[in-house]
Design a protein around this ligand. Structure first.
Ligand SMILES: C[S@@+](CC[C@H](N)C(=O)[O-])C[C@H]1O[C@@H](n2cnc3c(N)ncnc32)[C@H](O)[C@@H]1O
Length: 207
């Protein structure tokens, strides 16, 4: 997978994304947003904001910065912002692996269904940690490879189709936990059959 194949995949997904993934991923999105304890004035970064399905759910007393690599997805997010009159949201076309924000910018960071989509998830994790304030909350929701040998074999066999699918089906959780640099608070199954996982943590003060 590279950024061009990802842009291509999400150009194809954008017109149907809300129909196909809106409901399927909704429980994970809502669980993630409910897990956070918001403070007035919180600066929130949503990485891979997509069509902006979560944007109307944030409290109006926070400020949300949404970034995405796909302009086609962002155009839909912008329409949602206008439809809901969200004055607390800014959207930018940006690569999550090279964020154009200063260090220590955000109080809360959420990354929903994006980790297994980017070519280098460890670069993404390093970059969002750089822009997070010390002690910031971070939430990832993602599908991680399953222990069950049959499912694992199935997911491995799908790996060769990662580029056209637009995500990596065989993506284990352990290296993420080792590299993310956060104090893990919650690991919770979400969505249908608990097939996806929410990871909530707080960044440790030392980078
Ligand atoms: C499966 S969608 C998830 C969208 C949204 N978070 C949701 O909850 O529905 C993955 C999103 O990640 C975006 N994405 C992929 N690679 C990215 C990158 N390097 N930087 C920023 N966004 C990226 C895609 O364009 C797409 O909008």
């Amino acid at each position: 997978m590279d950024n061009n194949s990802i842009r291509g995949a999400y150009k194809r997904y954008a017109p149907v994304y809300d129909w196909v993934f809106g409901l399927v991923f909704r429980n994970g999105r809502r669980t993630a947003l409910k897990t956070l304890e918001y403070e007035p004035g919180d600066q929130i970064l949503e990485v891979g904001v997509g069509t902006g399905l979560s944007l109307p759910e944030f409290p109006s007393y926070t400020h949300i910065t949404g970034i995405d690599l796909s302009q086609d997805m962002l155009d839909r997010a912008q329409k949602r912002v206008e439809k809901h009159g969200l004055t607390n949201t800014d959207l930018y076309c940006m690569d999550a692996m090279e964020l154009d924000f200063p260090d220590n910018s955000f109080d809360k960071l959420i990354v929903l269904y994006v980790l297994s989509v980017v070519p280098d998830p460890y670069k993404l994790m390093k970059e969002i940690r750089r822009v997070a304030k010390p002690g910031a909350d971070v939430i990832f929701v993602n599908h991680f490879a399953k222990e069950n040998p049959l499912i694992r074999k199935f997911e491995s066999s799908l790996s060769k189709y990662a580029a056209p699918l637009g995500f990596q089906p065989d993506f284990p959780m352990e290296p993420v936990l080792e590299n993310v640099g956060m104090d893990v608070k919650t690991i919770k199954p979400v969505n249908l059959f608990g097939y996806w996982t929410m990871l909530h943590g707080k960044y440790l003060d030392e980078q």
